[in-house]
Design a protein around this ligand. Sequence first.
Ligand code: FEO
Length: 395
Amino acid sequence: MGKALTSKVTWVGKVDWELRRFHGDEYSTWKGSSYNSYLIKDEKVALVDTVWQPFDKEFVNNLREEINLEDIDYIIANHAENDHSGALPELMSYIPDTPIYCTNNAVKSLKGYYHRDWNFITVKTGDVLELGNTKLVFVEAPMLHWPDSMFCYLTGENILFSNDAFGQHYATESLYNNMVDTAELYAEAIKYYANILTPFSPLVIKKINEVLGLELPVDMICPAHGVIWKEDPTQIIHAYLKWADSYQENQISIVYDTMWGATRRMAEAIALGIRNWDPDITVKLMNASKEDKNDIITEIFKSKTVLFGSSTINRGILHSIGGLLTMIKGLRFTGKNAAAFGSYGWGGESVGYISKALDDAGFHVLNDGIKALWMPDETELSKCEDYGGLIAKGR
Ligand code: FEO
């Protein structure tokens, strides 16, 4: 069922309470998600985005309760990824000639997904679609987070439809930011930024400054996932500016995997050394084979320094650490220190392997790391504590 946001704008999306894995298995969604679609009824009627394909029939049936499908004049596709365009084939089967407004890149991606030659109208930044008393102004937002992404702004109602930007994978009964748990909301918002938008941080800053430069009044920011920012709506814009600027807290994360507990003991001794040196530093230990990878990425995002540890196996490292090193390379974090540690029995290659991967991923590698042969004894653990103190000092 739709929910009215203003006299002209209605939310017609789908709350997906059960979603736990998104992008295949690439993103954990412990709080579910929503696929937000918005219906604008002025003298002309426009639909902004749709929902994921498994909900296409439910979406179209619900939409029929709000409007005769034939009365939809325009469809706006802010982004072609399936979670927002998945219901287009079902919808277009009833209104095949309705124009779809999108970027030039979105024509490529929509055609690539659905292999249909719909009535695409390409738009650029500054293009305007008159709806009557209001109008939609389009703003291209390439790489936020796909080349095809764009925002649109509804004059009169002062609403920014931002698609993925400013979203959260967060299923709620309430539509608005001021009606949900703020800590929970921000935990999902920062996880979303850390795992999806980090590589594009320079573009985030540029695009936000461009939008702010337009000096448009903003009464609501309506993203394509999660709650709508209605109370102090620009708070999320300011949070994004902070997150995009090599964000870090006074936190050191220790991410490790261990075969027989030796690397775990090293991790714990290093943590003790950090705390002994500076009790104000937040230290988080995470076993990569037991903790969720996206939650670990969020902790890395919040850290000023990250330590990766692995036992040596087959002249390399344990696969859970390998997977995370691949993820952090793609995410292109900036301004973070890092170092490696690990136990070994024979070759001891893991520390060098991790150090190189951290350097390749753009981290500032503080030192050569620390190794322990077999199970670390008190002397070895004491060295790890000292090493933790060194790390706390940023050396
Ligand atoms: Fe890029 Fe929510 O899809």
